[in-house]
Design a protein around this ligand. Structure first.
Ligand SMILES: Nc1ncnc2c1ncn2[C@@H]1O[C@H](COP(=O)(O)OP(=O)(O)OP(=O)(O)O)[C@@H](O)[C@H]1O
Ligand SMILES: [Mg+2]
Length: 245
């Protein structure tokens, strides 16, 4: 089992879009669990499931088993642990290692080929729990100056929270990329220069269908009609799997 965490402290950088697309694309051939650790629940909605009011992913921090939260999604091989709305992480003092412990106790690795975790744009105990179980971290970023700053901040946060031996592989994914915009080219190049070409995935272009998929609750990569967003996320998924396996 490989656990891939999609994360960036910057809001609106296509984390949920990437988590939904990656999980749905992988589920075409593999058994996948999507854990929605963002109480906004956008990834949950993206795979055709309602945000939980009582029992969701965040219930593990209240003592539930992770597997008790599992629901079927729109895709056959894709199980979802939906976000629990209104869970307030700041009400609890020590949440370290909770998810890692659940993974171990419930032998999650025996049941899924991939676990994808969507995270909120905050640096809190939930994000730390996700980083603790990550084999791979994908940082989607919008390629402009603050997007690059956010990538650097996120990488520093990852290194600060990991012990040297346990550091996950990190990949950056440019999103909403327009090759005709100079700022986009320059920003992607800065990230390549800083982390190496092999760490920067081929970009996802702008495609409004990636936004409307959340309304239709059908992940774009599963839509029978071909589109740019579908093609880009398929390529990204294949490239990522090659790099991490
Ligand atoms: N490639 C794209 N083309 C067009 N729109 C996109 C693309 N990627 C994401 N979007 C849209 O941009 C917005 C932000 O994306 P998304 O919700 O995935 O970001 P996020 O990082 O999960 O946000 P948050 O920080 O709030 O969790 C959404 O409305 C989404 O539908
Ligand atoms: Mg999101």
């Amino acid at each position: 089992m490989k656990c891939i965490v999609v994360s960036n402290r910057k809001g609106g950088s296509a984390k949920s879009t990437t988590a939904v697309s990656l999980a749905s694309e992988l589920a075409k051939d593999s058994s996948v669990l999507l854990i929605d650790l963002d109480t906004q629940g956008h990834a949950t909605l993206g795979v055709g499931v309602d945000i939980a009011e009582k029992n969701g992913a965040h219930s593990v921090f209240l003592g539930s088993n992770l597997s008790e939260t599992f629901l079927h999604s729109v895709s056959e091989n894709l199980t979802v642990s939906p976000a629990l709305s209104f869970f307030d992480v700041y009400e609890y003092s020590d949440l370290r290692g909770v998810l890692k412990n659940r993974f171990k106790k419930e032998k999650i690795a025996d049941f899924f080929d991939y676990v994808i975790i969507d995270t909120a744009p905050t640096f809190d105990a939930l994000l730390k729990n996700a980083l603790e179980v990550a084999d791979t971290i994908v940082i989607p970023f919008v390629p402009h100056h603050l997007g690059v700053v956010a990538v650097n901040q996120m990488v520093r946060a990852i290194y600060q929270t990991s012990s040297k031996r346990e550091v996950a592989e990190v990949y950056m994914l440019p999103v909403m990329y327009n090759p005709h915009i100079n700022e986009h080219q320059v920003s992607v190049q800065k990230v390549r220069d800083a982390y190496g070409d092999e760490k920067v995935m081929s970009p996802i272009g702008v495609d409004i269908k990636l936004a409307s998929q959340f309304e239709s609750a059908l992940p774009l990569v599963l839509d029978s009609k071909r589109s740019k967003g579908q093609k880009d996320y398929k390529k990204f998924t294949l490239d990522l799997i090659k790099r991490i396996s």
